[in-house]
Write a protein that binds this ligand. Structure first.
Ligand code: URA
Ligand code: CA
Length: 433
């Protein structure tokens, strides 16, 4: 088999065989296939797309390029959740204890944030002492005992994805549905869950800008998961504005705690309950979404979801007392109000731009080596649909510097005011097998 023939086949819009796809993935992972040939194939895939069979074969070849996590020592149906990347998205911190409070095991592998998107591990580290460096045995034992644990990404999981993602980033081939789908699904499958609930974001702040593209991506991923025996479903949710009010780390932990108490922002609460209900159903704890929803609302109301969060934080070395005293979370030195110079209804809040603003303050990192500042961030005071008068506070900034002019400008520029009172439709669609 020759790589040049595989490239030519895809260029001519022919369907690649499983053997051809494996030849490419194995050869590229072990360094035998050079970047220029891999780039040419990725570009041919970008233009000519892939069939469902090709996408599934590509995913499994990537899964098989490295280690797979064995979660069979954990009792019950292990359910994982994955978001395609949002701003201010702290649903994992809400979902993990919420679903675990129903005794559905949550064995979650999470990542750190890069660029304008936040990472679950960074947020959790705002709870002093919290760490994700668990041995495989400790991880399994914690999930069996208390139904929830979060671990960092293991070293040799889907090395093919790491290499291909880096190449896509510099060859204009990131935004391809089969390439995104195989990248995400290979990691989820290798991470060992029995069932996968996907949150596919759509809007200006997301990879997928239109609902049509988001649906196509969701359908591709759902098909791949179900084809390989992992029960998979997807929710299409809006990214027309950041999720909740807080964008940062400590401030998002506080927001997650509020949500677990039943006092969180409406959109974060709704998305968390929708995703958690799906997880409870695929996890076999509820017969349908309605029953799941009632069970979830009950564990919020009686305090057991919040209690579960405390146990989870303590189990992983964190200071659980912060759950009752979020005022002791890291605090920034300076606080600024961002004031509106115009009036009207908030029609859109550019989520990516708000993410960048928080990142400039230090809440995110530009390179993997950057240290982040857990205390800083942006808290929105106005959301889509709210009316703003001249002089009203749009958002509050928490900073550890007095030089915040560029951040203030970014936040102001993110708000698009107009005459129409818009209602964001948060949950756009649900895609099942
Ligand atoms: N997230 C991933 O893990 N991979 C992609 O290709 C896009 C988003
Ligand atoms: Ca938030």
């Amino acid at each position: 088999m020759r790589m040049v023939d595989i490239i030519a086949n895809k260029r001519d819009n022919k369907e690649l065989t499983k053997e051809e796809i494996e030849f490419f993935i194995n050869g590229y992972t072990n360094g035998e296939i050079p970047d220029y040939q891999a780039s040419a194939l990725l570009m041919a895939i970008f233009f000519n797309d892939m069939t469902p069979e090709e996408s599934a074969d590509l995913t499994m070849a990537m899964v098989n390029s490295g280690d797979q996590i064995d979660l069979s020592a954990i009792d019950g149906i292990k359910v994982d959740k994955h978001s395609t990347g949002g701003v201010g998205d702290t649903t994992t911190l809400v979902l993990a204890p919420l679903v675990a409070a129903l005794d559905v095991p949550v064995a979650k592998m999470s990542g750190r944030g890069l660029g304008h998107t936040g990472g679950t591990i960074d947020k959790l580290e705002a709870l002093k002492g919290f760490h994700v460096e668990l041995t495989q045995d400790d991880f399994v034992n914690l999930v069996n005992k208390d139904k929830v644990a979060v671990i960092g990404q293991s070293g040799n999981l889907t090395p093919a994805d790491k290499l291909i993602y880096a190449l896509r980033d510099v060859t204009g081939t990131v935004n391809s549905i089969p390439l995104i789908a195989s990248s995400i699904m290979s990691k989820k499958i290798a991470a060992g869950a029995d069932a996968i609930v996907l949150d596919v974001k759509v809007g200006d702040g997301a990879f997928m800008k239109t609902e049509e593209d988001a649906v196509a991506l969701a359908e591709t991923m759902v098909r791949i998961g179900n084809n390989v025996g992992r029960r998979t479903m997807a929710i299409i949710s809006s990214m027309e504005e950041p999720l909740g009010y807080a964008v940062g780390n400590a401030n998002e932990v506080k927001e997650a705690i509020d949500t677990l108490k039943g006092e969180g922002p409406a959109d974060l609460t709704e998305l968390s309950l929708t995703l958690a209900a799906q997880m409870a159903v695929v996890g076999g704890k509820a017969k349908d979404l309605e029953e799941a929803r009632a069970m979830l609302e009950a564990v919020i109301k009686d305090g057991s979801a919040l209690e579960k969060f405390k146990v989870f934080v303590n189990n992983q070395g964190g200071d659980g007392s912060l759950v009752d005293h979020p005022e002791n979370l890291p605090q920034a030195e300076y606080h600024y109000d961002v004031i509106s110079e115009e009036e009207g209804y908030v029609e859109v809040i550019d989520a990516e731009n708000i993410g960048v603003a928080a990142s400039i303050l230090g809440a995110g990192r530009q390179t993997k080596e950057d240290e982040i500042d857990l205390a800083v961030g942006v808290v929105l005071e106005k959301k889509v649909g709210d009316y703003v008068n001249k002089g009203d506070v749009l958002a509050k900034i928490a900073a550890n510097t007095e030089e915040v002019d560029s951040v203030v400008e970014k936040v102001i520029a993110s708000y698009h005011l107009g005459n129409e009172q818009k209602q964001t439709k948060l949950i756009k669609r649900i895609i099942t097998a």
